[in-house]
Design a protein around this ligand. Structure first.
Ligand code: ATP
Length: 649
């Protein structure tokens, strides 16, 4: 029989053949048979152990158990490999190794030192580029934009905070605002953003794009800094009480500082905005330890003086800013009404030779070597333009300077005069009617146009709403005196308020004026009334005397909450009567000297060429604002008040 032996060598099988089997050959054959039987047995074991490994893996057994099973499997395979290196198990392993090595060698050929250095350099460059890209991406989400110098126009559009409400929920917006409050938590930064008299909550939450660095940056922005915030408007479930736009908030995507505030503020706007935080009496000024917040609910007091020293910050408080907004509306409404009634706006000089009304309360100055003074009123000029120049109806909104050393709640050294003068056909009542309509228009329109402002002011300074009648109440001076007499004077009114018995031929003192206001309010239910026919002695020289009673005049004052806000009269348009009145009584009681009369010669002469009968009045803008709002001090109604003790800021 011919036996074929397969002796495996590297490279493939070689076949030997023998026809005569000697003993040695027989031994070899036996060994081979034993080996083959063993391998067969081992193959069975591999199969069985393979199943065990599979089952262990499938059952997700503890890794130790699986590892042990795999180790045993490898043992068996190793035994097979030892017996027959050409066995598929062994070949597989080798080829795998070979393939791996080949692939490895193909990918990475041996590198020179130079090449290695280059690779290292490239790695570094890539890392730097990655870092730059990261920073660039951060630069689009936070940072300082630097000084805005009108370098370029981005084309982006900004949304006003007052327009943020549920109707824009889900929209992306960009707002410019001040940081009213900022509160940083580990994963969120909460802002209250304020612009003008509106505020909204904005939240920056940690995310892939909002890095830890960004949160740190945002949380450290000082209050009152101006920022540009871009984000998405979202509706909130519970109304945010600390913001005017309480139904929504902004989920911040980016925050940039436009102008950074110094971290130390003379007072916090949030504190100075709280009801009860105003301290009117200078003696009680804050900045003392007494004023330190002792408990959560205590209100920090900020004195009027401190507020005025830092008025630009004080005006950021919603109520105080609202007062100036109301002031602006009063001015606008004054103009609007008078334009509709065919008045012409004039601008008269504020630097004049001598004293405009021959009075003493004049700020004098040197005018190229000549004495001059700042206008105490546009009185003479508005008369000349209306009655003598033929404009017929004029008004002016302009500064009025009074060198009165009055330290009261209602006097300023510079205020804004709302002056008007109009021709009349027969009676000064024609003017009274126009002026009364003017005030009713202003009061009514303020309620319509300044709702939000009035609300904010009322929160800070709660006061009874201003009441007025239509048509307005008109009393004569004599009737006013009678009301006072009828009321009498209590001890408190005399001793504490300073009320005195009213003379029918003298002007009202401030305490008497206020008492009359209270009496009128009680009796007629109005905070606004007119009173005419004042004693002639109490009025300036240009006031037309009463046609029947030489003690009286065709003059009138208007009152709000018991304080004078307008003084007016029919004016003298006859030059001879004018001179006679000057000689009898100047603007402040005493007869005018020839010199003083000479100084207003131009004014008197202007009536010599035909003049229209006319009447007019002068109103103090700040007084109207103060009294409409029921404020305690006129300084709050002036952006930068001037009084005997204050000339800056
Ligand atoms: P008062 O008696 O209150 O001092 P006045 O009689 O001097 O006022 P007028 O000269 O008639 O007032 O001025 C007309 C209006 O101008 C006043 O009704 C008031 O509204 C306003 N006004 C006058 N003086 C001041 C002042 N010092 N500060 C603010 N407003 C003033």
């Amino acid at each position: 029989m011919k036996a074929e032996l397969y002796i495996w060598e590297f490279g493939g099988p070689t076949i030997y053949s023998n026809t005569t089997a000697n003993i040695a050959e027989s031994v070899i054959i036996i060994i081979i048979i034993i080996i083959m039987a063993t391998i067969e047995e081992l193959e069975v074991q591999v199969k069985a152990q393979g199943e065990i490994v599979k089952a262990a893996k499938a059952a997700d057994k503890a890794s130790d158990e699986t590892k042990a099973a795999v180790a045993k499997l490898l043992e068996i395979k190793k035994a097979i490999t030892a017996l027959d290196p050409t066995h598929p198990q062994a070949i597989k392993k080798k080829e795998k190794k070979k393939k791996k090595k080949k692939a490895k060698d193909g990918e990475k050929p041996a590198l020179t030192k130079k090449q290695l250095r280059m690779i290292e350099r490239e790695k570094k460059l890539k890392a730097a580029a990655d870092e730059k890209a990261r920073k660039a991406s951060e630069a689009t989400t936070y940072g300082d934009i630097g000084v805005v110098m009108s370098k370029s126009v981005s084309g982006r559009s900004w949304t006003n905070i007052e327009d943020l409400n549920q109707s824009v929920s889900g929209q992306k917006v960009l707002v410019r605002a001040r940081v009213h409050q900022v509160r940083a938590q580990s994963k969120n930064v909460f802002f209250t953003l304020r612009s003008k008299i509106f505020s909204v909550q904005a939240v920056l939450s940690k995310s892939e794009s909002a890095t830890k660095d960004m949160l740190q940056f945002a949380g450290a922005i000082p209050r009152e800094s101006v920022v540009d915030v871009e984000g998405v408007v979202t509706t909130v479930q519970d109304t945010i009480k600390s913001a005017t736009q309480g139904d929504v908030e902004i989920q911040i995507n980016s925050v940039f500082v436009v102008s950074k505030s110094a971290p130390e503020l003379p007072f916090a706007v949030s504190e100075a905005s709280k009801p009860g935080s105003m301290l009117f009496n200078e003696g009680e000024l804050l900045a003392s330890k007494d004023n330190e917040k002792k408990d959560e609910n205590a209100v920090v007091k900020v004195g009027l003086s401190t507020r005025l020293n830092y008025r630009w910050i004080d005006i950021r408080t919603p109520a105080h800013q609202s007062i100036l907004r109301v002031q602006s509306h009063v001015c606008n409404l004054f103009r609007e009404f008078l334009y509709k009634r065919n008045f012409v706006e004039v601008h008269t000089p504020k630097i004049n030779a001598g004293a405009s009304e021959g009075g003493a309360n004049c700020f004098s100055l040197d005018y190229f070597g000549t004495d001059a003074c700042l206008a105490q009123s546009p009185q003479l000029f508005k008369q000349m333009t209306a009655a003598c120049s033929g404009l017929g109806r004029v008004f002016e909104v302009g500064p009025v300077f009074r060198a009165e050393n009055s330290h009261t709640h209602r006097h300023l050294c510079e205020f804004t005069g709302l002056d008007m003068e109009m021709e009349i056909k027969e009676h000064y009542f024609e003017a009274l009617e126009v002026f009364s309509d003017l005030f009713i228009f202003i009061f009514e329109q303020l309620d319509v146009r300044c709702k939000h402002e009035l609300n904010l002011i009322a929160q800070m300074y709660p006061v009874e709403k201003f009441k007025f009648l239509k048509p307005s109440l008109r009393l004569t001076f004599a009737e006013g005196c009678a009301l006072l007499k009828e009321h009498g004077i209590s001890d408190y009114e005399r001793d504490t308020l300073g009320v005195t018995p009213q003379s029918p031929v003298e002007d009202l003192s401030t305490p008497n004026e206020k008492l009359l206001g209270r009496i009128v309010k009680e009796k007629y239910g109005t905070d606004f009334f007119m009173m005419d026919e004042y004693p002639l002695a109490a009025r300036p020289f240009y006031t037309m005397p009463h046609p029947e009673n030489p003690e009286l005049s065709n003059s009138y004052d208007f009152f709000m909450r018991g304080e004078e806000i307008m003084s007016g009269a029919q004016r003298v348009h006859d030059p001879e009567l004018l001179v006679q009145r000057c000689k009898t009584k100047g603007s402040h009681g005493e007869p005018m000297s020839d010199e003083a009369i000479e100084s207003i010669k131009g004014y008197i002469d202007s009536f010599r060429h035909g003049a229209l009968p006319h009447a007019g009045g002068g109103v103090g803008l700040e007084r109207v604002v103060m009294l409409f709002l029921g404020l305690k001090n006129i300084r709050l109604a002036s952006a930068f008040p001037r009084d005997p003790k204050r000339i800056s800021p």
